[in-house]
Write a protein that binds this ligand. Sequence first.
Ligand code: GLV
Length: 316
Amino acid sequence: MTETPSGRVLLAISGYHPQRWLDLFSARRETTLEPDGPNDPSIRYAVVWRHQPNQLKGFPNLKAIFSLGAGVDHIMNDPGLPDVPIVRMVADNLTQYMVEYVVWRVLDHHRQGGLYRAQKQKKIWHEPSQKPANDISVGIMGFGELGAAVAKVLLTLNYKVSGWSRRAKSTPGVTTFHGEDGLAPFLNGTDILVVLLPLTPSTAGIVNYDLLRQLRRRNGLGGAVLINAGRGRLQKDADILKALDDGTLKEATLDVFETEPLPKTSPLWTHSKVFITPHAAATSDPDHLVPSLLAQMEAFERGEPLKNVVDRAAGY
Ligand code: GLV
């Protein structure tokens, strides 16, 4: 039996049952769902998904906070966040899911899945005109780990790919834009907008009518398309509906929403031009992610620096 390292892991998860995470962590480290009081000295790491505000303050030996997801907005919102490193989840498995999701949705919009589904309902045998991928420009907003991985696969399918990020980035084959000045030229050349931005005070509500209006609409798709697989509060649901109804957008795929679960009363549910998934684009799978979290903890204890540490000032 391997020696259990001293210092416990606190699993602070809400929204789903953490049993599988608990089992996998407990096999290698002492792990708890409930600390022994608010100042429990035995807690060394917190592994969190939508923890309660102020739940992490006061543990004198807490060394790091690990996010179970790629996004860390659920952590940054905590007013009582202790001053320890926060680690984003970067894992091949999570990236793979996101690549699959975005490529699936890009192909479906480009190859007119919505039209064919509607035609099937009415038994219509009609071949619409179809542009090839190299006529379509996919713009990825938020060009980090996930965006770059998505771009790589889209390029192999011959799409034109561009990326927009806060700071300048460069990737072979991708036209990159950055900062406020880069936003309009990025949007003006984009047919399918893929949103993978982190949610921060400066990105909240960025996907609004004014932004959607700047997308290119002259392409062979018959209109611009939005795919948001980032965070719901990046977008204004009402602006997306308006853009769909006045033709600013041809179609949208939404994995995320201002309020989740999406309220039954939302007109997005029944809109014929909207494809909906329930925040399922890239799921955090404990069997794949726990080993990498444990490896990070072990490396840290050997004196190696933590990887994928959040820049607190930037908020991601
Ligand atoms: C999921 O939403 C994530 O942040 O990974």
